[in-house]
Design a protein around this ligand. Structure first.
Ligand SMILES: *Cc1c(COP(=O)(O)O)cnc(C)c1O
Length: 428
């Protein structure tokens, strides 16, 4: 494949945009080489500026769960745009998407829309602090909750790819209120709670971790967190920015049958436009301005184009009773196919999968937390990434990212991908 035009566009971008990208994970820093500039996308495929076609396993990092340029979403946005793109006044569509989201997700009465997953998580924690009157939070190493100050403590994903899990610019005052636990380690959480009695406002967690590669919660782990929270007056915050409207209609809460106190959304809920949201029971949400004292706001929050895209997406997911089964079946097929060819080629690996989230860890043994994920062989990953790219398959340029399966992927695309893995594995 030729990447002349992408390379030239990247060189131009680097002059005026730090690192040439508006979000670090888009750079190829973790794998080497220069990022690919996309021109258009349709269904399961990306078309880059050099005319290459790539099968897409990133899908805008999750939102395009039904594939690119999904017609109902595109049409909804185009129609809305003709009527005005932003008013800073209430619009009916905000209530429509809120009603639909509340009907799909367990245990929430009200939802507030924001512009990104970062904002959703940041606001959720402020709300938890305002509600409980406590300052500290517990997060898990390798979990990513956006780039706001409280969370850039051992953050996964981009932060881990670049070896800067703790960002300069986060003050010690802020950092001291974020306590760090190991994913899937309930004793660790118990110890933190015991040594900070009545000080912890919330535990925030990705109920299926996706930002240190895909890591499922161990059986009983989320249940144990729920019990600990109940026993200690702590709110349980599920960051479902990745898992929401992806693992099930009602996200991880539904899949694992566990109620969180506050739930954060992003990615799929915006159908590819910039949307985030956080939601909870009335008791908690009524603490938010203008009803309550916890302040949170946004000039473009609930933006009509964004709401139109989100509503079209959620409507489709709500009406298609088979969608989440279909996605899980495709993902399982890919899992089995890749496991077979990697085993045949004697490549050390562990594949983790939940629903339509999957990742190949080039690590020996179970991958259950950040440490076991970080043990993966990054040189193997780099070679794998570039090999797959050459074959026309685009996976995230970092070993710490999950692959997102979309409904637009046909079984022929999955077979093509498995063949590519086989070919690349022979070179590793
Ligand atoms: C992507 C992501 C975020 C951040 O969302 P942005 O829209 O990028 O700000 C937060 N939490 C999780 C679990 C995510 O995957």
């Amino acid at each position: 494949m030729i990447y002349q035009r992408s390379s030239a566009l990247f060189a131009a971008a680097e002059k005026v945009i730090p690192g040439g990208v508006n979000s670090p994970v888009r750079a190829f820093k973790g794998v080497g080489g220069t990022p690919i500039f996309v021109k258009a996308a349709k269904g399961a495929y990306l078309y880059d500026e050099d005319g290459n076609r790539l099968i897409d396993y990133i899908n805008s990092w999750g939102p395009m769960i039904l594939g690119h340029t999904f017609e109902p979403v595109v049409n909804a946005v185009v129609e809305k745009a003709k009527k005005g793109t932003s008013f800073g006044m209430p619009t009916e569509i905000e209530t429509k998407i809120a009603e639909l989201a509340v009907s799909m997700v367990p245990n929430i009465d009200k939802i507030r829309f924001v512009n990104s997953g970062t904002e959703a998580c940041m606001s959720a924690v402020r709300l938890a602090r305002g509600f409980t009157g406590r300052d500290k939070i517990i997060k898990f190493a390798g979990c990513y909750h956006g780039h706001s100050d409280s969370f850039l403590i051992q953050a996964g994903s981009g932060a881990s790819t670049f070896g800067t899990p703790n960002s300069p610019g986060v003050t010690q005052g802020t950092a001291k209120d974020t306590l760090l636990a190991n994913y899937n380690d309930i004793e660790n959480v118990k110890a933190l709670i015991a040594s900070n009695p009545n000080e912890i406002a919330c535990i925030i967690i990705e109920p299926v971790a996706g930002n240190m590669g895909c890591i499922p919660p161990k059986a009983g782990f989320l249940e144990a967190l729920r019990e600990l929270c109940d026993a200690n007056g702590i709110l349980l915050v599920f960051d479902e920015v990745m898992t929401g409207f992806r693992l099930a209609k009602g996200g991880a809460q539904q899949l694992f049958n566990i109620n969180a106190d506050i739930v954060c959304f992003g990615k799929v809920i915006g159908g590819g436009l910039p949307v985030g949201a956080f939601a909870a029971r009335n008791e908690i949400m009524n603490h938010l301005a203008p009803l309550g004292p916890v302040y949170q706001a946004g000039t473009l929050s609930g933006n009509p184009l964004a709401m139109a895209a989100g509503l079209a997406m959620l409507t489709e997911l709500n009406n298609d009773s088979e969608i989440f089964n279909r996605l899980a079946e495709k993902t399982e097929y890919l899992h089995k196919g890749m496991a077979k060819v990697l085993n045949d080629n004697k490549i050390t690996h562990t594949i983790n999968r939940v629903g339509s989230m999957i990742s190949v860890h080039f690590a020996e043994g179970e991958v259950t937390d950040f440490n076991s994920s970080a043990k993966g062989n990054n040189d193997t990953f780099k070679a794998f990434f570039h090999g797959m790219l050459k074959e026309g398959v685009y996976i995230a340029p970092s070993a710490f990212e999950t692959w997102f399966i979309t409904d637009a992927l046909a079984y022929e695309d999955l077979d093509f991908t498995i063949k590519a893995v086989d070919k690349v594995a022979q070179t590793l």
